[in-house]
Design a protein around this ligand. Structure first.
Ligand code: CA
Length: 229
């Protein structure tokens, strides 16, 4: 599954440079040319990461970042801010409001790609080869396999996807709508009870670890890691 990066930037040449280099690096690329469109796409299109310029028509990058980070549905979304050269105050402000990294303009496209990749890797942590290890859970995406304390779980494809998403975004509250979109691919929530049904079955399969999938009343679900990695 390739990662999707959302670029929110109004300068056409910067957009072209980013699109070219990120596509070449294997990302699926989405573009928003103004702030409001950027925020909307971040919410609707569920990118894996966002590259966010500060000076934008409509709504500036700080306001977008703030809006994303205070919404439980998007707070997990990693944000790389593009800041003007030498504007230390911009960097500080960006990091204060929750941006995960920043890149100074003008930037080297190679550096930007590396930073985006590094950030995704860091947030997903301890990936060894194809395997994502989170305490007693091991997710092997290419083998469609999840092991719990070394034992392979017998999962349906949907359960595999659901548990993988929950583990990858551990510690974050995932709304039913978000899960329906990310796991089932529904644009509009048809029946959010589908999520509850699958969560119940997943919990049964997790046995004594079932409580790791926590129901957050009125909001959704959260996978809790044993230690914060
Ligand atoms: Ca700009």
């Amino acid at each position: 599954m390739e990662d999707t990066v959302l670029i929110v930037e109004d300068e056409a040449d910067v957009v072209d440079l980013l699109r070219y280099n990120l596509s070449k690096a294997g990302f699926s690329v989405l573009i928003a040319n103004d702030g409001l469109q950027g925020l909307e796409m971040a919410r609707k299109n569920r990118p894996d990461i966002i590259v966010l310029d500060i000076m934008l028509p409509g709504m500036d990058g700080f306001a977008i970042c703030k809006a994303l980070k205070k919404d439980p549905a998007t707070e997990w979304l990693p944000v790389v801010m593009l800041t003007a050269k030498g504007e230390m105050s911009e960097k500080v402000r960006g990091l204060e409001i929750g941006a995960d990294d920043y890149i100074t303009k003008p930037f080297s496209p190679r550096e930007l790609v590396l930073r985006v990749q590094a950030l995704l890797r860091r947030l997903r942590t301890s990936t060894r080869g194809e395997t994502l290890e989170v305490d007693v859970f091991e997710v092997n995406k290419s083998a469609f396999e999840i092991r719990l304390e070394g034992q392979r779980l017998e999962l349906t494809t949907t359960e595999f996807k659901l548990l993988t998403v929950m583990i990858e975004r551990r510690g974050r509250i995932m709304s039913r709508d978000t899960l329906l979109f990310d796991v089932w691919g529904y644009q509009n929530a048809i029946d959010t009870r589908t999520v509850d049904t699958h969560m119940r079955r997943l919990r049964e399969k997790l046995g004594r670890h079932s409580s790791r999938l926590e129901t957050i009343r009125g909001e959704g679900y959260r996978f809790n890691a044993l230690t914060d990695t």
